[in-house]
Design a protein around this ligand. Structure first.
Ligand code: ADP
Ligand code: MG
Length: 343
């Protein structure tokens, strides 16, 4: 075959392979867009585990009608404009890839009312075929509808799992978001029935509220949770760690956020594990919600399109900061208990 330029839709479908693994990845991308738009309330409606329908509505700033076609263009974003912006990125999105990718593998619509506009508008894309922007009533904010995910990419569709499994992935992702953003009201419904509701709470002192901790990880975690707040060398390690008497058979209650972004990171996991090494039975897992805050220029979030991982400029420092914060918090709690029991 001669070399040829691929058509736009196929390019987007290829990119979708990296960004859109399953319904939960669509929910993640759409909800992160809502957060970047300053939403306070986000509503997620699903049918059949998200395979038939994912609808995300938000009350954020919205998209001007004339920018709707741009929103579904590849590499079109309102979030960065230069390399300097990329190096200090403060939004969850920045690659301008999610909407075109999702729209290329689903029946997609994007409706919005921008905060400065008087009339709403909508744009429909059917498996990559882009329609016209049409007037459509919409409250302030944005609604994205994704129907029949992977209907035109049968190879991907085959990898979809049972409704319960896909719903479980979405609920788990939502829990990780709810932990990081107690200020946001989140509602999830499935097949017409309410499935999760997190009420938005006042978020004083930048700490997440205890009520949200109980809603997400349960009363028992909360009863054993030690609050952690340590700063050294411009790295703040905060959050909640469970005292060692509360431990798990698996790593199912380990949440890590870097500058508000939920990630997986072996360096951080190892730092925590080491701090618990002497106080946990072999084979048991600690439970924790750990927020790392540092200058965004010290961390590269542009490692993978799905942004599940980051790269630290100095991962040794990060490891040690995490280790010391967790070890100190555990030691303080132990000292507190000993003081109590000898009193
Ligand atoms: P990115 O988030 O990386 O910029 P996306 O493809 O996810 O790329 O979105 C493209 C653009 O569409 C965003 O930069 C933003 O301007 C706009 N957009 C998408 N979703 C929303 C939303 N819910 N509210 C307001 N604007 C949005
Ligand atoms: Mg995005």
């Amino acid at each position: 075959m001669p070399i040829r330029q691929l058509p736009e839709t196929l390019i987007n479908q290829i990119a979708a392979g990296e960004v859109v693994e399953r319904p939960a990845s669509v929910v993640k991308e759409l909800v992160e867009n809502a957060l970047d738009a300053g939403a306070h309330r986000i509503e997620i409606e699903l049918q059949d585990g998200g395979t038939r329908l994912i609808r995300v509505r938000d009350d954020g700033g919205g998209i001007p009608a004339d920018e709707l076609p741009l929103a579904i263009q590849r590499h079109a974003t309102s979030k960065i404009a230069s390399l300097e912006d990329l190096e200090a990125v403060g939004t969850l999105g920045f690659r301008g890839e999610a909407l075109p990718s999702i729209a290329s593998v689903s029946r997609f619509s994007l409706g919005s009312l921008h905060r400065d506009a008087t009339h709403g508008a909508e744009l429909v894309v059917d498996g990559g075929r882009v329609g016209e922007v049409v007037p459509k009533a919409h409250p302030r904010g944005t609604t994205v509808e994704v129907r029949d995910l992977f209907f035109n990419t049968p190879a991907r569709r085959k990898f979809l799992r049972a409704e319960r499994t896909e719903l479980g992935h979405i609920e788990e992702w939502l829990r990780s978001l709810a932990l990081a953003r107690p200020d946001i009201e989140l509602r999830l419904s499935h097949n017409g029935k309410p499935s999760r509701r997190y009420r938005g709470e006042a978020n004083d002192a930048g700490l997440f509220a205890q009520g949200r901790l109980q809603e997400t990880l349960g009363a028992e975690f909360l009863a054993h949770a030690l609050h952690m707040e340590h700063e050294a060398g411009g790295i703040t390690v905060s959050g909640w760690i469970a005292d060692p008497t509360y431990n798990r058979a698996s790593a199912d209650q380990q949440y890590v956020y870097v500058n508000g972004r939920s990630i997986r990171d072996r360096t951080i996991a190892h730092g925590v594990k080491q701090a618990y090494a002497d106080v946990l039975y072999h084979g048991r897992q600690p439970a924790y919600v750990l927020f790392l805050t540092l200058d965004p220029r010290r961390v590269d979030v542009n490692v993978h399109p799905a942004k599940h991982e980051v790269r630290f400029r100095d991962s040794r420092l990060i490891h040690d900061a995490v280790y010391h914060a967790v070890a100190a918090t555990l030691a303080e709690a132990r000292a507190g208990r000993e003081a109590l029991s000898s009193a």
